[in-house]
Design a protein around this ligand. Structure first.
Ligand code: GLN
Length: 259
């Protein structure tokens, strides 16, 4: 079977802090190694999203000022993005992107930037900048799915490791599931030990880094889910992830040691 993955990178020119584009590179690399062809489209302010095209969206982080420009444009794309998510497309969002997919983001100065409400959550800017490595334990249900999609018998880790830098504190609505629970770092708000959010196949998180190069299990899960939309359940070919897991283990070890 010749698989093809259509990726849409949202606002790469305005929302791409701390190497977020590395997530696209990791996905593309892991697909190419397996002979899965990748079609990547960048869509920014004033550009239209095509309908029925994309299997996977990526939306990175950005500064408050960029968020206010992007937020206004995103409202025009709200319906089509929600339609994609309802029909099984995958979305990974980090920090500023994650915030704009919520009900609203209120900056520290009090400016309220409306979001598209894909995630029933909101974020309020604070005086406290949460900046450090962030280690989380993945939600157990999601972790079992990740275990199934990662092509080895034993999954080496049920953690995600990344780097957070945000002043916004995110609070989830009562039915919205977090991506995981915080082991080291602040996560959503530094108060309730939650990190990120899961809605259908859309994921929000504060994990910059880049995230996916050193979390190959999550990268493969996103790829498998995105392919599933067009091809049904897929079994991904195993890759040599020795270096990726070394990077993961080292980052986890350093993060634990610093706490
Ligand atoms: N401006 C947002 C905050 O500080 C997002 C920052 C980011 O994307 N790194 O909360």
């Amino acid at each position: 079977m010749n698989y093809k993955l259509n990726i849409c990178h949202l606002y790469p020119d305005l929302m791409d802090t701390y190497g977020d584009k590395g997530n696209i590179l990791a996905i593309t690399y892991r697909c190419q190694k397996r002979g899965i062809s990748v079609n990547l489209e960048n869509v920014s302010v004033g550009q239209n999203l095509k309908s029925a095209t994309y299997d996977l969206f990526f939306f990175g982080g950005g500064q408050d000022q960029a968020q206010s420009i992007v937020g206004e444009d995103l409202l025009k794309k709200s319906d089509i993005i929600k339609k994609y998510i309802d029909s099984g497309s995958v979305l990974l969002s980090v920090c500023g992107g994650y915030q704009l997919l919520q009900n609203y983001f209120q900056t520290k100065e009090g400016q309220k930037i409306p979001g598209i409400g894909l995630f029933d959550a909101h974020t309020v800017g604070s005086d406290n900048r949460m900046i450090q490595n962030l280690l989380i334990e993945i939600d157990p249900n999601l972790n079992s799915e990740i275990e199934n999609s990662y092509p080895t018998d034993n999954l080496p880790s049920n953690f995600l490791i990344g780097f957070e830098n945000h002043s916004g504190k995110t609070y989830l609505g009562k039915n919205l599931k977090p991506l995981g629970s915080v082991i080291v770092g602040s996560g959503n708000n530094g108060e309730d030990q939650t990190e990120g959010a899961i809605y259908k196949n859309a994921f929000g998180c504060y994990l910059h880094g880049s995230l996916l190069p050193k979390n190959p299990h999550f990268a493969d899960y996103l790829i498998a889910k995105a392919l599933e939309k067009n091809y049904g359940p897929v079994q991904l070919e195993q890759l040599d992830d020795e270096i990726e897991w070394q990077a993961h283990a080292k980052a986890v070890e350093k993060t634990r040691a610093s706490s």
